[in-house]
Design a protein around this ligand. Structure first.
Ligand code: B12
Ligand code: SF4
Ligand code: SF4
Length: 324
């Protein structure tokens, strides 16, 4: 098998199953990232996200996570929506708009891509003994792999920014047991810009990266201890996640265009065509746990949980973020 043949097939196959971009990188230890991650964890910038302290060696070397793996395939899926919420409604970050959780959508597409590759190159090209497709939930430094696979640069807002798509893209990963022709990383184009750092309401970003414990996304989704009250007035009407450092980035203004993925539609056909885009402060305050669980049954919003969402809405309300 020619390395170049494998890479071209994988890139083309990724587009055929519906991804928006694909690149390949050599599987090797990420020693600089390991140093950075160690320091980041020592400074406790991960807060309650205990899972980030686990599997350090696997996280910084994919060959330890997936024995036999030689190449890392990174794929992107654009999630920039055609329509956004009314700005007076409690804000839900765009990644969570879809009625079907992006994890399911990407896993399914990765499965289809893997099937194409194994049909062409044989089943030994992936390892069947270990999980080898990933999105979000495993010890994989996904942004770094997407960057190494030539899919963009990691901006000062810590997002992977793809020339042509911007940063409102999900990342998926597939590990292969064969060597391939690899993509060249592209240069960082942030330059002297610091709009994301300046715009971050909680000062979670600086030139050394992100302090997750201050990030609205962490506070509204991951924090196990509720929202530290010092941040209450700074939540900028966000009830789940935060898009501010992405919204202000000039590269998104230039490149982000509405995705065409029906699977990421916010409309839930199984529940009266309900869409989170139509929810306002009143809907959120009145919703029962049962209705919440039915409307958001398959969505990323449900992962945050009813109680957490209600708590966040209460914080916004008490901070005078919306009329009662
Ligand atoms: C934990 C997590 C979070 C945490 C912590 C975020 C963080 N920056 O670490 C919280 C809950 C805050 C969060 C928020 C968001 N997240 Co998140 N998150 C993750 C997760 C699960 C792990 C990230 C991680 O390992 N963090 C630890 C830090 C230290 O690692 P890192 O940020 O990847 O940084 C590495 C490199 O950038 C590099 N690095 C950074 N600075 C420097 C400097 C030097 C000198 C060097 C050498 C290296 C280096 O080293 C680091 C370690 O390798 C990934 C999925 C995954 N498995 O990768 C998704 C992921 C990063 N999240 C994602 C998204 C979409 C978001 C949000 C936009 C969601 C939202 N709208 O609310 C925000 C954005 C916040 C932000 N500005 O980063 C996407 C990113 C897509 C993209 N285009 O970049 C991912 C990849 C999920 C996915 N599969 O699509 N997230
Ligand atoms: S997601 Fe929001 S709070 Fe987190 S770093 Fe970006 S702007 Fe700051
Ligand atoms: S806002 Fe500016 S500094 Fe921040 S990621 Fe975008 S280009 Fe880079």
């Amino acid at each position: 098998m020619q390395k170049i043949e494998l890479s071209s097939f994988v890139r083309q196959g990724a587009l055929e199953v519906g991804f928006d971009a694909c690149g390949l990188a050599k599987a090797e230890e990420l020693s600089e990232d390991a140093d950075y991650l160690k320091q980041w964890l020592t400074e406790e910038k991960h807060g309650d996200m205990y899972f980030l302290t686990q599997n350090f060696e696997k996280r910084t070397d994919p060959r330890k996570l997936v024995p036999g793996c030689k190449s890392v395939v990174a794929v992107l899926l654009n999630y920039f929506p055609a329509k956004v919420q009314n700005s007076t409604a409690p804000q839900i970050a765009k990644y969570a708009y879809s009625a079907v959780d992006y994890h399911f959508v990407i896993k399914e597409k990765l499965k289809q891509l893997e099937q194409k590759i194994t049909e062409k190159f044989g089943s030994e090209i992936v390892t069947t003994d270990f999980q080898h497709t990933f999105v979000d939930s495993a010890p994989v430094l996904e942004r770094r792999w997407a960057q190494r696979a030539g899919l963009g640069w990691i901006g000062k807002n810590m997002q992977l920014i793809n020339p042509g798509l911007g940063s409102f893209v999900f990342i998926g990963i597939l590990m292969l047991n064969a060597e391939a022709e690899y993509d060249e990383p592209i240069p960082n184009r942030c330059g002297t810009c610091s709009r994301c750092i300046d715009a971050c309401p909680t000062k979670a970003l600086d030139n050394t990266g992100l302090n997750a414990t201050k990030c609205i996304s962490y506070l509204t989704i991951e924090s196990k201890h509720g929202i530290n009250s010092q941040f209450n007035p700074l939540l900028s009407n966000y009830a789940l996640g935060c898009d501010i450092c992405g919204n202000v980035c000039p590269w998104n203004k230039k490149w982000a265009t509405a995705h065409q993925h029906n699977e990421l539609s916010p409309v839930n056909p199984d529940f009266e065509n309900e869409s989170v885009l139509d929810w306002n402060a009143e809907t959120w305050q009145q919703v029962s746990k049962e209705t919440f669980n039915r409307v958001f049954k398959n969505s990323a919003i449900k992962r945050a949980g009813y109680e957490k969402l209600k708590q966040n809405i209460e914080v916004l309300k008490n901070s005078g973020k919306f009329e009662q």
